[in-house]
Design a protein around this ligand. Sequence first.
Ligand code: PEP
Length: 250
Amino acid sequence: MKQSEKLIAGNWKMNGLGADLEGVVQDLKRELQAEPASCRVAICPPATLLSRLADAVSGQAVEVGGQDCRAETHGAFTGGVSAAMLKDAGATLVIVGHSERRQEFGETDRLVSAKAEAAVQAGLAPIVCVGETLEQRQAGRAVEVVRGQVMNSLPLAVAGRDFAVAYEPVWAIGTGLTPTLEQIEEVHRAVRAAMLERLGLASAAAPILYGGSVKPDNARDILAVPEVGGALVGGASLKASDFLGIIRAV
Ligand code: PEP
């Protein structure tokens, strides 16, 4: 990823059936054909829709991503999906370490790092998520917590490769709340410093996405903050007009 190229990635989470996909993709394709995006655009649908989405956007400037992968390449992991399987289904990216997985499934930095490494080895660009809880922010620990997550969730294998970090304050996800622009800048600068410390200049080009209640009406301001290299978008990526509003804010 060139640092100048912002990335807007939609995370559909556990939402969407085939019929929903057709509606969103048709609108998105029509609009992006009329006026191409000035950034990299990706949608991370549920695994069941990956290959259908990949077919639907084939030849378009819309990438497809997974929402998670196993750290292992194959084996007796019922329900698991490997990074190579995502790639085989048409993905070029994968989200790892989303706070919903860290919280619901107890995923640790160590596991997230192993998943990111598996993604790189399979030829996928990992989007490695970090972010503090409300309790941690209120205790004045946001920067310290996020810095620790970056240092421990980024494997050395991502150095010089296509990858991104997504700063997603847990309390801002799906709540309509967002940090101030100053708070976003403070954490993004700390993330960049930690990336440079961990990986050296080989990480300088990787974008740092902001995620947490990004909407068309706040996207322009957030995307203009120094060190914000794009957005990871949950709820607003389910509706083509909202997602486009964010893409057009780049
Ligand atoms: C997310 O789940 O990654 C996210 C940022 O969600 P939302 O945009 O709905 O807050």
